[in-house]
Design a protein around this ligand. Structure first.
Ligand SMILES: NC(=O)c1ccc[n+]([C@@H]2O[C@H](COP(=O)([O-])OP(=O)(O)OC[C@H]3O[C@@H](n4cnc5c(N)ncnc54)[C@H](O)[C@@H]3O)[C@@H](O)[C@H]2O)c1
Ligand SMILES: O=C(O)C(=O)C[C@@H](O)[C@H](O)[C@H](O)COP(=O)(O)O
Ligand SMILES: [Zn+2]
Length: 354
């Protein structure tokens, strides 16, 4: 069964979820482009070759380094060079095929080339399907931090072919669930219940429960970005768990998976919400129980605090010297916590110490 989730922004597009839909969906979405640049991860080389065989010689293939190594200015430069040498124009299109690292990179290159060409995103990881490919945030990392350079740029279509997940290692699949848990806590508690009551089927890509969880998570994101594309307010809730999560990724020199860092960040944000006075302890415990059932990390070394705090000051939600966090008052009741004092932050962090 194929599900279509419309994203109702000022430039509406569809997120299409189904099995074995990759080639026909991409062919339809890029029809009319004189040239197509397919940016793909090494793990997607076979599918990229199949796309070229299907679409023809006007398709250029560019394999990029795996994971976060792709989200670097040198890799963007490599892709801009290919586009320049091919006289890529505004009627040409980019396809991003891979995990969230590639959809962020391909989106960024499409956003910046000639100030914006069309891009179709085909995420191949759970995390890419439920979050990274949806919503038009694109970007790369810098020495100083995660996603510090980027642009907002709508994709023309997002194609989530669940058959691609057949080769995704189990640990990669589970790290994607960190963003699913985030969506559950900020907006859709039915996701949490599904995970608590049907963990095995809910994490098996061949089941209807899995398809439901993917669709629900995409719907959460689609609803938020339709209301606030450029993150003037509401969209910040999608950053739940990310202030500390991004600082951990930076501290770990991008060798950690995003979802694993976000899992720890979710525990930190939950504890902050409790300390700020409103979130019941039972909801903090619920975060821990669900994340641990998914084999995601919930603790981090105590000695790294000062480094993490310095890195968090570069978070995009910060305003001058004031740090801002997304916390919960309850399940599905997110809000901004502005300028918590250092002692509250450290107390929250101590609750993660391993
Ligand atoms: N733009 C956004 O709104 C947004 C949202 C969430 C996350 N992100 C970004 O997404 C990135 C994380 O995405 P990710 O977890 O997909 O990481 P990733 O792209 O690094 O992929 C993780 C690993 O899985 C492998 N892989 C992916 N698909 C595969 C498949 N089908 N078969 C076999 N191997 C496969 C990759 O090669 C890689 O080794 C981070 O850079 C994060 O910042 C962006
Ligand atoms: O789409 C958003 O908005 C998000 O915050 C989703 C996050 O899961 C994602 O990791 C995003 O890339 C973080 O954005 P950033 O602006 O904090 O870099
Ligand atoms: Zn994220």
């Amino acid at each position: 069964m194929t599900t279509v989730i419309p994203v109702r922004t000022e430039r509406p597009y569809d997120v299409v979820v189904g099995r074995d839909i990759l080639l026909p969906q991409i062919a339809e979405a890029v029809a009319g482009a004189a040239q197509v640049l397919v940016v793909h991860q090494p793990a997607m080389a076979r599918q990229a070759d199949a796309l070229k065989a299907e679409l023809g010689d006007h398709v250029l293939l560019a394999e990029v380094p795996d994971a976060e190594a792709a989200k670097r200015i040198e890799v963007a430069q490599f892709l801009w060079q290919i586009m320049g040498q091919a006289d890529f124009t505004r009627t040409d299109m980019v396809v991003g095929l891979g995990g969230g690292a590639v959809t962020d990179l391909a989106g960024f290159v499409a956003a910046t080339w000639l100030r914006g060409v069309g891009v179709v995103l085909a995420p191949s990881s759970v995390l890419g399907m439920v979050d990274a490919a949806v919503g038009g945030k694109t970007g790369i990392n810098t020495e100083q931090g995660k996603n510090l350079v980027g642009a907002f740029h709508h994709p023309a279509r997002v194609v989530c072919d669940l058959a691609l997940l057949d080769t995704l290692p189990r640990n990669e699949l589970l790290t994607g669930f960190a963003e699913i848990v985030k969506a559950g806590f900020i907006a859709d508690p039915a996701i949490l219940t599904l995970l608590e009551e049907h963990l095995d089927v809910a994490t098996d890509p061949t089941t209807p429960e899995f398809a439901e969880i993917i669709a629900r998570s995409i719907q959460v994101k689609a609803d938020v970005v339709a209301e606030d594309f450029t993150e003037q307010g509401l969209r910040e809730i999608l950053n739940y768990g990310h202030t500390l999560g991004h600082a951990i990724e930076h501290t770990e020199r991008y060798r950690w998976r995003h979802g694993a860092a976000v899992a720890i960040g979710l525990m930190f944000a939950a504890e902050l919400g409790r300390l700020a006075g409103r979130l019941p302890e039972s909801v903090v415990d619920r975060h821990r129980a669900i994340l641990e059932s998914l084999e995601l990390p919930t603790t981090y070394p105590i000695g790294r605090w000062q480094t993490l705090l310095a890195t968090m000051r570069r978070d995009k939600k910060a305003r001058g010297a004031m740090l801002r966090f997304i916390v919960l008052d309850d399940v599905a009741r997110p809000r901004v916590l502005e300028g918590p004092d250092d002692s509250m932050l450290f107390t929250a962090y101590q609750s993660l110490a391993d």
